[in-house]
Ligand binder design. Structure first.
Ligand SMILES: Cc1cc2nc3c(=O)[nH]c(=O)nc-3n(C[C@H](O)[C@H](O)[C@H](O)COP(=O)(O)OP(=O)(O)OC[C@H]3O[C@@H](n4cnc5c(N)ncnc54)[C@H](O)[C@@H]3O)c2cc1C
Length: 467
């Protein structure tokens, strides 16, 4: 009989994305060490599924397949969610823009909790020197501004009854940006990805990393039993006083509904997305490989937000993946890339259309019929009209609806102070078991805020201090 390998720990974190690493960063201020479970290397999957991945993830096909396979997810074809099972997760590939203000329109987040999260975000910005301005009730409370081209600056100052323009916070760690010019950013080194952020953690030597993925958790008297596997499918169990879930909303939700024996369908909140391409009247000259969005156009009601991202060769490549018959025009697209404006139009979470349900031993992820496409197209027309009337673009556009889940913002399954078992208290402890903490997007419902990582980072840092 093979003896079960059991490792006893006080506290252990699951995941190594930006929510995990930010928790670890503040936790180590007052603790000597920390254990982390996150797989670095797992056996390759043979039956690959062809997926169109975002530009920055083009080489990650295998780790994406591993994510679904090892997490025992059964993904329905009509649902386009994404995950990646490697060090750092999706946090290595994100678009690097965050909201420049937090809106308090989330149910059951009281004023104190809201202020605490906001305060932690500001401290984070000051400590790591991100680019942009952070506002509290429209007042600037953090300032490391960047310049945008004059013809875009003009629409920033416009008054419009329905829309407002703002600059996002850009996630480059660049305290003293030379001449406020984005072209002076040291792109690869300073991106706030999990890989780069890990190197910034002062006490990273105190992180004890375990190369496993979590399969299941159980209650074991006053502790939590965490069953994991590794590359050779060797099973190891951790017996922990506290476990902190930062494995991203989908994986965290799956592990928690399994633990709580929830068999009903759970709605995953997200921001439905439409991709748009416009042709600008003037050039957007950036020399970065992948310039983030430099402007956001938001509906004042909080219903949608569109960003303005200059074209680049990586995006051209993704465009051709989606429409292979454009391949002969690749050279031309790259030639005019500084005139191309790519925009993601994101809807608020009321249009969410991703569901997760345990059926037998699998976790099915699926979508239903949706009217989101119509709302997205209507929103796109408003953005087009606004840009055209203000002489920013020529009167042409092309759109692509990539399907529910291809926005990559997943959240809202285990919210703060809700009725029912799937909820956490202000300290992010699972209601029915205080040894379990949840610190990723699962606990929020982002409505007016469309770029959620700022909130998630700030909250993870708050809990790292609190424990
Ligand atoms: C292309 C793209 C662009 C995006 N752009 C933006 C943007 O501009 N602004 C914004 O705010 N957000 C953006 N996002 C969303 C953002 O990336 C996520 O919100 C963020 O990565 C969430 O961080 P996380 O740490 O909670 O999860 P992740 O970064 O997904 O990390 C999860 C971690 O858990 C690990 N894991 C998963 N399952 C298991 C398991 N069973 N056992 C152990 N470990 C496990 C993974 O390996 C990983 O280390 C974008 C996402 C993508 C893909």
């Amino acid at each position: 009989m093979i003896k079960e390998v059991v490792k006893k720990v006080d506290l252990i974190v699951v995941g190594s994305g930006l929510s995990a690493l930010n928790f670890i960063d503040t936790y180590l201020d007052s603790h000597k060490k920390i254990h982390v479970i996150s797989p670095k290397k797992l056996k390759k999957i043979k039956n690959k599924k062809k997926r169109i991945l975002p530009a920055q993830m083009k080489s990650e096909q295998n780790d994406v397949d591993k994510y679904f396979y090892y997490n025992n997810f059964f993904l329905n074809n009509n649902c386009k969610v994404l995950g990646v099972l490697n060090s750092g997760g999706l946090s290595n590939y994100w678009g690097l823009q965050m909201d420049n203000e937090f809106y308090n329109d989330q149910k059951n987040i009281n004023k104190k909790l809201f202020n605490d999260i906001q305060k932690n975000f500001r401290t984070f910005l000051v400590k790591y020197g991100l680019i942009g301005q952070f506002k509290k009730n429209r007042k600037i409370i953090y300032n490391n501004n960047f310049k945008i081209p004059n013809f875009l600056q003009k629409i920033l100052d416009l008054r419009n009854s329905e829309l407002k323009c703002e600059k996002p916070i850009l996630a480059f760690l660049s305290k003293n940006l030379k001449m406020n010019n984005l072209n002076n950013v040291k792109e690869e080194k300073s991106k706030l990805t999990s890989k780069n952020f890990f190197n910034k953690i002062k006490k990273k030597g105190k992180i004890i990393s375990h190369n496993y993925y979590v399969k299941k958790i159980y209650k074991d008297k006053k502790k939590i039993r965490i069953v994991c596997n590794n590359f050779d499918q060797k099973e190891v169990t951790f017996l922990a006083n506290k476990v902190v879930f930062a494995s991203g909303t989908l994986a965290t939700t799956k592990i928690i509904i399994d633990f709580l024996k929830v068999n009903k369908e759970i709605k995953v909140k997200h921001h439905q997305r439409l991709l748009s391409v416009f042709l600008a009247k003037k050039s957007l000259r950036y020399n970065l490989d992948f310039t983030p969005s430099v402007l956001q156009i938001k509906s004042k009601s909080g219903k949608f937000c569109a960003d303005v991202r200059p074209g680049n060769e990586l995006i051209t490549e993704s465009l051709i993946d989606a429409y292979p018959f454009y391949r002969p025009f690749k050279f031309f697209f790259n030639f005019i890339k500084s005139r191309m404006i790519f925009s993601n139009i994101l809807l608020d979470s009321s249009h969410s259309n991703i569901f997760i349900k345990k059926t037998k031993e699998k976790f099915e992820i699926y979508s239903k019929k949706t009217d989101a496409k119509d709302y997205l197209r209507q929103s796109n027309k408003k953005i087009f009209k606004f840009l055209f009337e203000n002489k920013i673009i020529f009167p042409i556009f092309k759109t692509l609806y990539p399907g529910p889940g291809a926005d990559y913002h997943y959240f809202g399954t285990i919210p703060f102070n809700n009725n029912g078992k799937l909820s956490v208290n202000d300290k992010c402890q699972l209601k029915s078991n205080k040894n379990i903490y949840i610190i990723d997007g699962s606990v929020f419902n982002f409505k007016s805020n469309k770029y959620p990582l700022g909130w998630v980072i700030a909250n993870a840092r708050r809990i790292g201090k609190l424990i």
